[in-house]
Design a protein around this ligand. Sequence first.
Ligand SMILES: Cc1cc2nc3c(=O)[nH]c(=O)nc-3n(C[C@H](O)[C@H](O)[C@H](O)COP(=O)(O)OP(=O)(O)OC[C@H]3O[C@@H](n4cnc5c(N)ncnc54)[C@H](O)[C@@H]3O)c2cc1C
Ligand SMILES: *[C@@H]1O[C@H](CO)[C@@H](O)[C@H](O)[C@H]1NC(C)=O
Length: 536
Amino acid sequence: MAKRVAVIGAGVSGLASIKSCLEEGLEPTCFERSSDIGGLWRFTEYVEKGRASIYNSVFMNSSKEMSCFSDFPMPDHFPNYLHNTKFLEYLRLYAKRFDLLKYIRFKTAVISVEKTKDHSATGQWKVATQSDDKQESFVFDAVMVCIGHQIEAYIPPAECFPGFEKFKGKYLHSQNYKNPEGFQGKTVVIIGMGNSAADIAVELCRKAKKVVLSSRGGSWVMSRVFDNGYPWDVILHTRFKNLLLNLLPLDIVRWMVEKKMNEWFNHENYGLVPQNRLLLKEPVFNDHLPSHIICGDVTVKPNVKGFTETSALYDDGTVEENVDVVIFATGYSTIFPFLDESVIKVEENRAPLYKHVFPPHLEKPTLAVIGLIQPLGPIMPTSELQARWATRVFKGQSVLPSESTMVADTSKRNEKRVKWFGTSRSQSIQTEFIGYLDELATGVGAKPNLIMLLLKDPKLALTVFFGPCTPFQFRLMGPGKWAGARQAILTQTERILKPTKTRIVANSLGYTMVSLLKILGLLVLLAAIFLSFGRH
Ligand SMILES: Cc1cc2nc3c(=O)[nH]c(=O)nc-3n(C[C@H](O)[C@H](O)[C@H](O)COP(=O)(O)OP(=O)(O)OC[C@H]3O[C@@H](n4cnc5c(N)ncnc54)[C@H](O)[C@@H]3O)c2cc1C
Ligand SMILES: *[C@@H]1O[C@H](CO)[C@@H](O)[C@H](O)[C@H]1NC(C)=O
């Protein structure tokens, strides 16, 4: 009999989990508390309890070729960075293509997940749900928790802002920010320096009287438009660069990062430079922020150390008078409202999970957390590989090491995270990208074998190594192999160019000239090497 799996949540991670269950011959039932799929990516005018919420203008910060599922490339006419509505459209296409909707029970919230009486023998879970006024309970062989980590808004505790209780203006968390209506003529202080803080500042400064970004930590700000106009992630996330990154000493990497980040504008002169330059903090993606700073629409200030009835006091002793609104873009807290602490205990906003997926101390590996991660790249292929690995583990086709090995690995991983990304709350589940994907893929048995590829299909191997590490790479071999993967990889550049190259000029001579020059250069180089060998 096929194992029954409860999937909690129907966002990116939930959809990938249902699909992975089906691929492995497991029987999924997905519970989604809202009335539709998409999770965070389904914009609504009002915040819904228990579901992540975004503002109207959210565009993705990762590009379409990198942010799709591994066996379902985005339509070639889709832009490279999608508006939230467009990404939701993609999720709908995906659900339809693989017929996922019929496994989802909408308007059904999971309210508790407990071990059954004979759990130590069977690994089964009792899952209790609530829909309208009806409560039900079911027994499942395994559970995939896919609730995201942007449900519970986090505002720093009162002691961080003495006097805040006296502040007479309005305040809200970025989760409740929807659009710039109502901010006309206001003085707004935004606390935080992540993607949301920067987006909101840029959007509000057109309407508000004054917009201030207050940040303790600062941040690198990057453009979505990277080298030669390609999306940043298809340039930076290649296996070749990843190899270099792992071979070079961390100090050199930091120096290179800093140099690259300051090419666009000097972050120190714009008040944005990260406080702790020793760390590889996740950048903010915003094409407009520096231009608003140089035009004086947005001012960057240090941390707010306190409030009066009408003003904000900054660390540097300066004061912001007549503040109308304070927006806390201060992130989220990780919560598992339906799980007992004996199953997962969140500490310092982090759940100690083996490879960010499995609680290490369970009797049987039958509960997995999918999507509780912040990779330096898109979440879609990451969640998907987590789900593919987890379902293989449920089936016993991939075996976890002993508890002590898992605990040791988890703390070692955390030490590495602190060394790379620091102890800041916003980086508590940060991880690298390609290295982590490969690790998961190894668990699945789907990591591309480059040597074998090079022998069999050199053209493909070179694209896999030097080109962007697109999700299709994890469908070339092993369980879950997809016959379309090769073609998807070889046509990815076409799909990147299609939506922007909408005015094509015939006989582009420039290109042939450049190619000729390149070949000429190569010949000169070869000749030089040949001659210098000849001399010895
Ligand atoms: C402003 C913003 C921009 C972002 N941009 C990007 C980007 O460009 N690229 C990227 O890779 N990532 C981005 N992210 C990260 C984002 O978290 C992921 O893209 C993705 O949405 C995570 O999907 P998920 O399924 O894990 O969680 P969610 O999308 O949050 O989905 C969780 C689902 O679980 C449901 N649920 C919760 N609790 C229960 C319960 N008890 N019972 C039943 N159902 C429940 C919710 O209703 C929801 O539908 C962004 C995040 C934010 C906030
Ligand atoms: C994109 O933005 C979201 C929201 O700020 C963030 O969680 C995610 O890590 C960002 N992705 C990258 C690759 O920076």
